[in-house]
Design a binder for this molecule. Structure first.
Ligand code: ATP
Ligand code: MG
Ligand code: MG
Ligand code: MG
Length: 505
């Protein structure tokens, strides 16, 4: 099945179960002081779960474009290094607003995966919430009993609060989750070591694909749990991961979701994909980041030095530097990927094609601007680490001829390999290197940054980017009067919800 067919099959399946198919909400969240980007399918339904907006359709499904680069969900460091975390990804979701509950949700997810998509049953593991006595949270025996009708008991895993319990904030709607994981290893590997041990253990071939959240409680201020009068289902399945499983690939990047981009990059760089780890990572990062960049711009957020705008500028600069350093792409190039992407998303998210020229122009301008200082910044960085490294060797009486990357030299120097806060700040201020880019470059050489020193420098200057990642710390902070917000009106969206606008004051 192609990616398009897989997406359509999902929507068609839930349509056949009387779900109303709604469009994706924009990836950029406006008017919510607690969230910058959509990070899950359910964000656009927040007010329905809170009982603050009327429910128009009790069953809804969609594919939502999501971004996980800040706040509670920040997968940026994983991207390109592992094969299944992206910055921007599609989350397929189905919802019940006070309608069906665990029995149907579980049965349908099983039916879809094993009968429509035909994933072999013995490759699937499911997890249920084990309970947490200290927190007064009961085990989800209900889900356990339902799963037992489909899955042998030894494939049902008990999961902890971190993986298997969802809550909006300290108070409000919450409930247990039940997740589905696929063991993509070869049969021989599967026979040798049980996949059960590998679930939720960052194994590259045993991956989580689908989360079913059952919202059944309301947590009160005193910490106690109340049953919600109307129970809800909220599910999210990683589309790119699903495609990878169904196309039998070892990596999301080997699927037809990413290959058009990777092939384009590989051709332009004159380097084959799959030949060397470093160039592969660079191609994956570029293919990933251009998706985040393009959709954020298409949804109305331009790169800038503040907040959401700075988040996207940072991602863009990160991609440019990967291309420059590892693929020897020294001219603006990222922007050329925009039409490839727009073509791919035709009929899915047409927003991109409609604004293709504009998005491409913005990316080009950003590239041109960063490429003006990138080479000098990299040179400054190289000189700095070389000089500091030599100074450290001298201080520690190590002969300069010894390679400073030797294991034993490193073992002596590792705690001293610190880049000063002043220098990291200078790279940012003069050459436009966001701190996470400098951190990344430092990490590649096994250096670290004196962050306390950097922050000191930062606070000396009234820094415009300081708030960039500070806002979203949870899925939401329930907005109430003692959070400093000002009510500024309502907005009607096409989705069956009313979004209440707040402005941070
Ligand atoms: P993981 O444990 O792999 O980081 P998660 O538990 O954080 O995933 P959920 O919040 O449960 O993810 O989101 C629902 C689904 O979205 C996941 O089961 C997964 O398939 C997908 N997903 C989550 N994060 C990413 C990502 N960064 N890139 C691609 N897909 C993702
Ligand atoms: Mg995660
Ligand atoms: Mg998880
Ligand atoms: Mg999960």
């Amino acid at each position: 099945m192609t990616a398009k067919e897989i997406r359509n099959a999902y929507l068609k399946f839930f349509e056949s179960k009387q779900h109303h198919i709604v469009p994706s909400a924009p990836i950029v969240v406006k008017n919510d002081p607690t969230l910058m980007f959509t990070n899950a399918g359910m964000n656009q339904f927040k007010d329905l779960f809170l009982g603050e907006a009327p429910v128009k359709y009790k069953r809804v499904a969609d594919t939502q474009r999501c971004l996980r680069v800040s706040g509670k969900h920040n997968d940026l460091e994983e991207v390109g290094i592992d094969t299944y975390h992206h910055t921007m990804f599609e989350m397929l979701g189905n919802w019940s607003f006070g309608d069906y509950f665990k029995k149907e949700a579980i049965a349908w997810s099983w039916e879809l995966l094993t009968e429509v998509y035909k994933i072999p049953k013995d490759k699937l593991y499911v997890s249920i919430f084990e309970g947490d006595e200290k927190e007064g949270l009961p085990r989800d025996t209900e889900a356990f009993e339902i799963w037992k009708q489909f899955v042998p008991e030894d494939r049902i895993i008990l999961g902890n609060k971190k993986d298997n319990f969802w809550e909006m904030g300290d108070t409000g709607p919450c409930g247990p989750c039940s997740e589905i994981h696929v063991d993509c290893r070869t049969e021989a590997e599967r026979n040798a070591v049980s996949g059960k041990e590998l679930v939720n253990a960052d194994h590259p071939q045993v991956i989580e694909i689908w989360n079913n959240v059952f919202m059944q409680f309301n947590r009160l201020k005193d910490g106690s749990l109340q049953q919600l009068p109307a129970k809800h289902v909220d599910t999210g399945m990683g589309f790119e991961r699903l495609v990878r499983v169904l196309q039998g690939k070892a990596s999301n990047y080997d699927t037809d979701v990413f290959q058009p981009l990777i092939q384009f990059i590989s051709k332009k760089a004159g380097i084959a994909y799959g030949v060397a780890e470093q160039t592969d990572i660079a191609m994956r990062v570029m293919a990933d980041h251009i998706r985040a960049i393009s959709f954020v711009i298409a949804d109305g957020q331009l790169p800038s030095n503040n907040k959401a705008g700075y988040v996207i500028r940072r991602i863009l600069r990160r991609a440019v530097r990967y291309a420059y350093t590892f693929l020897d792409l020294k001219e603006p190039f990222l922007n050329q990927l925009v039409p490839v992407l727009a073509e791919q998303f035709k009929g899915v998210f047409d927003e991109l094609q409609a604004q293709q020229d504009f998005v491409q122009k913005v990316v080009l301008e950003e590239e041109v601007s960063f490429l003006r200082t990138l080479a000098t910044g990299i040179q400054r960085f190289e000189n700095y680490t070389k000089k500091q490294g030599e100074a450290l060797m001298a201080e520690n009486a190590i002969e300069l001829e010894k390679s400073f990357e030797d294991a034993w030299v490193y073992s002596i120097l590792k705690d001293q390999m610190l880049i000063s806060g002043e220098f990291a700040f200078e790279l940012q201020d003069t050459y436009g290197f966001p701190i996470d880019l400098t951190e990344l470059m430092a990490r590649e050489k096994r250096w670290s940054i004196d962050m306390a020193g950097y922050n000191k420098e930062l606070s000396k200057q009234k820094d415009r980017s300081r708030a960039a990642t500070a806002i979203d710390t949870g899925d939401w902070v329930a907005v109430h009067p003692d959070l400093e917000t000002e009510f500024v009106g309502y907005d009607d969206f096409e989705v069956p919800t009313k979004i209440i606008k707040y402005r941070k004051v």
